[in-house]
Ligand binder design. Structure first.
Ligand SMILES: Nc1ncnc2c1ncn2[C@@H]1O[C@H](COP(=O)(O)OP(=O)(O)O)[C@@H](O)[C@H]1O
Ligand SMILES: [Mg+2]
Length: 270
């Protein structure tokens, strides 16, 4: 059974929109290429010829100080914002092109953004239900499977108001997984969480790596970044100034990256 089938269950019960993009592909993840991306807000030039490549199935972390353009980059990739120039390619096809093969992305927001009137199971299964992807029994099975993936097996009936911040975040990750995404985006997934909960969320994200969903995570928290990333890149003055594995970023000689790492470590040592 392929990873994809494990993710979506019996495909006969699902609409064709959940087929993998390629039968030959080893991962459900897409390749993302960002080419010379520029974004202005008035005269504020936030992203400057930014280039980025995220490989299929990779977990890529973008870090950098507050206000450097991390969330703007994610909004450009989701299409919530339009670039002033440059391209975003998904498996080689322009994100904004007519007739782009359908692919699914799911985002884990900084605020967990759960519907408080719905149970945990209702939140996780909402997309499947609204898009009539499958019937109630199959939705229940998929919801249970996704909750188990984030360490919340059996919590279907809990209400969001009963949950801690860390649990809400895990529900929002399960909800994103229910879409069977080809691309997962995380915007500051540990914002507002204490160090213990931050570590738990880090473990969940690491545990999900075996699914090989292409994942792009933005954070100012380098500890989290180092813990989960296959590769990381730092945004500075609108560009990715350095890209590498956790080990190579730690060993960087780039003074700007070094300064950011050292500032973070000092904050943590306090
Ligand atoms: N809709 C907007 N209108 C004007 N300025 C914006 C808008 N969104 C973001 N910005 C500005 O772009 C810069 C980058 O923002 P953002 O991507 O949110 O930073 P961060 O790296 O903290 O996520 C900031 O200076 C922010 O004020
Ligand atoms: Mg942000």
């Amino acid at each position: 059974m392929s990873i994809w089938q494990r993710l979506v269950g019996d495909r006969h019960e699902l609409s064709e929109s959940v087929e993998p993009l390629s039968e030959q592909r080893e991962t459900p993840g897409v390749r993302i290429e960002v080419q010379r991306l520029n974004k202005f807000f008035g005269s504020h030039h936030v992203l400057r010829d930014l280039d980025l490549r995220v490989d299929p199935g990779e977990t890529f972390v973008i870090f950098g100080p507050s206000g450097c353009g991390k969330s703007v980059l994610l909004k450009l990739i989701t299409g919530l914002l339009a670039p002033d120039s440059g391209r975003i390619l998904v498996d080689g096809e322009d994100l904004h092109a007519e007739g782009l093969r359908r692919f699914r992305m799911a985002m884990v927001f900084q605020s967990s953004a759960l519907f408080n009137s719905l149970s945990v199971g209702g939140n996780v299964g909402l997309w499947l239900k609204e898009h009539r992807i499958c019937g109630p029994a199959e939705i229940a099975r998929i919801v249970g499977e996704k909750l188990a993936l984030v360490g919340l097996a059996g919590q279907e009936d809990a209400m969001p108001s009963q949950l801690s911040g860390g649990m809400k975040k895990r529900v929002s990750i399960a909800r994103a997984l229910a879409v069977n995404p080809h691309l997962m985006l995380y915007d500051e997934p540990t914002a507002g969480l204490d160090p213990v909960l931050t570590e738990q969320i880090g473990h969940v994200i690491v545990d999900l790596k075996h699914l090989k969903i292409t994942s792009l995570l933005v954070t100012h928290d380098l500890n989290l970044g180092f813990a989960v990333a296959d590769r990381l890149g730092m945004i500075h003055e609108g560009r990715l100034i350095e890209v590498g594995t956790p080990a190579s970023i730690r060993a960087t000689t780039n003074p700007v990256v070094q300064a950011f790492i050292h500032t973070q470590m000092k904050v943590l040592a306090r």
